[in-house]
Design a protein around this ligand. Structure first.
Ligand code: ATP
Ligand code: MG
Length: 314
């Protein structure tokens, strides 16, 4: 069975329990919740029983421990997460505004996960993996981007595969070196998982069909477009497959895309048909938004089967 590797930020998220504009006054908060897009993604992969690991770095503190404990409980190999004494685990504070947009206070670049470097243990772990998943956020800190590049090179050189979720909004593209790092990853991507407008990050075409055609022509074998409460679509040389959204009550959309991606890639690695992988991923994304906290809504196979069954009955 394939073993998947990802690299990137491991953090905790602390969520304001009231809506409003940011953090300029004392207010009720809930957390710490285990978080970090690559961590949520790999947690979903682990819950589905696909062998998986993450390269990252945390401080020797409770924020690191709470996330490590969760990843271990859900079946993720955490041997590539370095525990750095004297450093702090990354964190993100998030508050929803009345209009549903989010205000963040991040401590990532200068936290332990922003200083990840090559280690003999990490290098040995890379050699045991034959699929790599990259989250665009993991390319925004220089050390992380370098480590991601090393892992991609090793895994692709051994005939492994690469999936890529840009997970960025166009306004984040100003970070130094980020654009080049994203282009280099796309160049080697087998499975591309943008959401909404992210499909246009790398294309001349500014209409969806044109952008998909352009990316397939570049040699990207498969493309999955995430559409939030609009469902999702899969494209390859054989054509297009759509999946309608499963109606749910949205409590907290954070982590939906990561859970969707983790489920899609798990089924894809197991050789599932696009239609099957898409159906399970769609259920994972829908289930994720019904739970408060970014990683609280990752799903087991049984939970996804139950979600799909009740949707079909309903
Ligand atoms: P993120 O904010 O985590 O980066 P994203 O933009 O990458 O999210 P979305 O498109 O928001 O990802 O969600 C991923 C998938 O989850 C969707 O394609 C859909 O299948 C499912 N999903 C998300 N929101 C809903 C919803 N409100 N109702 C039903 N399904 C949803
Ligand atoms: Mg996303």
């Amino acid at each position: 069975m394939s073993k998947l590797l990802t690299v990137g930020e491991v953090l905790v998220e602390i969520v304001a329990t009231t809506r409003g504009d940011g953090f300029r006054e004392a207010q009720p908060l809930i957390g710490p919740f285990p978080s970090g897009a690559p961590a949520i993604f790999v947690d979903q992969v682990g819950k589905l029983g696909t062998p998986c690991a993450i390269l990252s770095r945390v401080g020797d503190d409770d924020f690191g421990r709470v996330t490590l404990d969760r990843l271990i409980a859900d079946g993720v190999d955490v041997s590539g997460i370095e525990i750095a004494p004297g450093e702090s685990t990354g964190s993100a504070f998030v508050r929803y505004r009345e209009d549903g947009s989010r205000a963040f206070v991040y401590n990532i670049t200068h936290a332990a996960c922003g200083r990840i470097d090559s280690t003999p243990g990490g290098n040995a772990l890379i050699e045991t993996c034959d699929h790599m998943h990259i989250m665009g956020t993991a390319l925004s800190a220089p050390g992380l981007a370098r480590r991601a590049g090393e892992a991609i090179e090793r895994i692709k050189a051994r005939g492994g595969t690469l999936s890529f979720d840009p997970n960025l909004r166009p306004e984040m593209l100003g970070a130094p070196g980020l654009r080049d790092a994203l282009e280099r990853v796309l160049e080697q991507t087998d499975l591309f998982l943008p959401s909404g407008e992210e499909i246009f990050l790398f294309t001349k075409a500014q209409d969806e069909a044109g952008a998909v055609a352009e990316l397939l022509a570049r040699g990207i074998g498969e493309i999955v477009i995430k559409r939030g409460s609009g469902g999702a679509s899969h494209f390859n040389a054989k054509g297009r497959t759509d999946v309608a959204p499963i109606p749910v009550e949205e409590i907290d959309p954070t982590g939906a895309g990561d859970s969707f991606g983790g489920a899609f890639v798990s089924f894809w690695l197991a050789g599932a048909q696009p239609q099957t992988a898409l159906a399970y991923a769609n259920a994972a994304g829908a289930r994720a938004v019904t739970r408060l906290g970014p990683m609280e809504g990752t799903s087991s196979r049984a939970e996804l089967d139950a979600m799909l069954a009740s949707h079909l009955e309903g």
